[in-house]
Unconditional design. Structure first.
Length: 250
C-alpha cells in the first residue's frame, strides 16, 4: 500500500461534501494538501482543520466553468514549487433534473462539460507529464453511476466523457507507477446528491480514496466507493487490487 505521508495532493471541491471528507481523511494519513474551491472563504474551515493535523496545506480558488480561471489556478499551484503527485478531481455540478427532458437546454450541456469534463481534463494534462517524469503519480477522476436517466442528460453525458478520457489516458501509463482511475462516491446525501439519497457521505470513505493507495500499477478502473464501505483502508486496498482489474487486460 502506498504511503502518502509528506506527498502533495490537489483536491478540487474540497470545501464541502465528499471533497471535505476526502481532505480530512487524506490529512489524517499525513498527506500535504492543496485545497480548491470556488472562493478562499469556502476552504477556510477545512484548511485550518487539516493544518491542525500537522500537515502543510494551501488553498486555491477557481470557478471551474471559467477555463481561464482554471489556467490561472494551475499557474498559482506551480508557483508554490511543490511536487503534486496526487490529484483528486472531485468537484462537479449537476445542473438540473429535467422532467421535460426533450426540452433540455444547450446550456445544461455547456456548463456540465466545462465543469465535469474539460476542467478535470485540463488538470490531468497539466500534472500527468510531471508525474511521469518523476516516476510516480495518482489521479482519481470522480464519475457517476447514473444511467438511463435522460432527465440528467447534461450531467451524465459529461461524466461519461470524463470516463472515456480517463480510460484512454490510463492506457498510456498502464504498468507504470503513474495510475489514473475513476472513483464514484455513490448516491450520497450531499448538496449535489440531495437529501433523498440513500447513503451518508461518510459511507464513501475509504473507498473514494482507495485508488490513491493501490500499488499494482493498474489504470482505467472504476472504483465505486460503496464497494468498500465499512472497511479499513488496508482492507479496501486489498479488495481493490484483488477484485478490480484494468479494462486493458480483458
Amino acid at each position: 500500500m502506498i504511503d502518502v505521508k509528506g506527498k502533495w495532493a490537489l483536491i478540487t471541491g474540497a470545501s464541502r461534501g465528499i471533497g471535505y471528507l476526502t481532505a480530512k481523511y487524506m490529512g489524517e494519513q499525513g498527506c500535504n494538501l492543496i485545497l480548491h474551491s470556488r472562493s478562499l472563504e469556502n476552504t477556510k474551515k477545512v484548511l485550518e482543520e487539516v493544518q491542525a493535523m500537522g500537515v502543510q496545506a494551501y488553498a486555491v480558488c477557481a470557478e471551474l466553468s471559467d477555463l481561464e480561471a482554471v489556467e490561472r489556478m494551475l499557474k498559482e499551484i506551480d508557483s508554490l514549487q511543490v511536487d503534486v503527485s496526487i490529484v483528486m478531481n472531485n468537484a462537479g455540478v449537476q445542473i438540473a433534473y429535467r422532467e421535460e427532458y426533450y426540452e433540455t437546454p444547450v446550456a445544461d450541456y455547456m456548463e456540465s462539460f466545462k465543469i465535469n469534463t474539460i476542467a478535470p481534463a485540463m488538470i490531468c494534462y497539466h500534472f500527468m507529464p510531471k508525474m511521469i517524469a518523476n516516476g510516480f503519480g495518482r489521479i482519481l477522476n470522480t464519475t457517476s453511476g447514473i444511467a438511463l436517466e435522460p432527465q440528467q442528460a447534461g450531467y451524465s453525458a459529461s461524466k461519461a466523457a470524463l470516463d472515456k478520457i480517463t480510460i484512454d489516458l490510463g492506457s498510456t501509463v498502464e504498468g507504470t507507477d503513474v495510475c489514473i482511475n475513476l472513483t464514484d462516491p455513490g448516491w450520497c446525501r450531499t448538496d449535489l446528491g440531495g437529501g433523498q439519497a440513500p447513503n451518508a457521505p461518510e459511507s464513501a470513505i475509504p473507498g473514494i480514496v482507495v485508488g490513491v493507495f493501490v500499488n499494482d500499477k493498474k489504470s482505467g478502473r472504476y472504483l465505486g466507493a460503496q464497494n468498500f464501505t465499512g472497511m479499513s483502508l488496508e482492507e479496501a486496498v486489498v479488495k481493490a487490487e484483488k477484485e478490480f482489474d484494468s479494462p486493458y487486460r480483458k
